[in-house]
Design a protein around this ligand. Structure first.
Ligand code: APR
Length: 255
């Protein structure tokens, strides 16, 4: 796949794709960090990506948390600070509007920033958890981050049961939540049109959903300024930013 010389605006929505978007009644979407890039939230693997500056195994793994819970909590408080000031962008808003226009729209996200909920999506599957929720290591209860109780000098949040709290996000090496995965697998298997938006498509099992959709007969459309391992598979790769491409697709829906 030749890299586009001007990735920022080198996508073409041809007549066939226009018809597909107009007619699609069952649409499933997988989003990654790229859809939040235009909201000012850094991605993980781009040139300015978080994993270029920080070591994921130290910050996003159970071993890392047990070894140094303070550092991990500092990392997640830093990310909450960055995300707390962000707003849903036109890409998020287009997906929320699309859900309201057709009978079956399922949004599967790898993101933990909560921006899809704030944009208005309801049929949302958070495969990797949610940064704004904590979970107790002992009793498994989840609490909203705002309800955190910090006692003693440890500066580490605790559950009412006295157990240690961790961010309710899926760390490397951990299983995805069972019900969310079942729903995502079903949404990918039963749709007419599958959009992969803003994901480098390298973290499994989420990265397998677009291929699953295509093998089950969906048209696969990728939206990303750069090529990914999906680009060779996709029926269409629209090399552009989600905040510009998704509103263009949305204009076709229901027309
Ligand atoms: N619009 C669309 N895509 C964009 C934009 C944009 N404006 N800006 C960047 N991108 C693309 C990048 O080209 C890249 O392909 O978004 C993708 C982001 O890839 P990653 O940083 O790898 O993020 P993601 O695919 O979500 O990572 C998957 O890995 O670290 C774990 O759990 C974490 O959920 C995350 C998972």
């Amino acid at each position: 796949m030749d890299m586009p010389d001007s990735p920022a605006s080198s996508w073409v929505i041809d007549d066939r794709l226009k018809r597909l978007v107009r007619e699609a009644q069952r649409v499933s979407v997988l989003t990654g960090a790229g859809i939040s890039a235009e909201s000012g939230i850094p991605t993980f693997r781009g040139d300015e990506g978080l994993w270029k500056q920080f070591r994921p195994e130290e910050l996003a793994s159970m071993d890392g948390f047990l070894a140094n819970p303070r550092i991990v909590w500092e990392w997640y408080r830093f990310r909450r600070d960055v995300i707390g000031g962000a707003q849903p962008n036109d890409g998020h808003l287009a997906l929320a509007r699309w859900e309201s226009l057709i009978p079956e729209f399922t949004l599967i996200t790898q993101n933990v920033d909560g921006l899809h909920t704030r944009a208005g999506n309801r049929n949302l599957i958070e495969l990797h958890g949610n940064l704004w929720r904590d979970r107790c290591l002992e009793c498994g209860r989840t609490v909203e981050a705002s309800e955190e109780v910090i006692s003693g000098q440890a500066e580490l949040p605790e559950c009412n049961c006295g157990g240690r709290l961790r961010p309710d996000v899926v760390w490397f090496g951990e299983m995805l939540p069972e019900d969310e995965w079942r729903r995502a697998d079903e949404a990918a298997s039963l749709c007419d049109l599958f959009l992969a938006v803003g994901t480098s498509a390298v973290v499994h099992p989420a990265a397998g959903l677009p291929r699953l959709a295509k093998t089950r007969g969906a048209v696969l459309v990728e939206i990303n300024p750069e090529a990914t391992p999906l680009s060779g598979w996709a029926d269409y790769t629209l090399f552009g930013p989600a905040g510009q491409v998704l509103p263009e697709l949305l204009e076709l829906v229901g027309t």
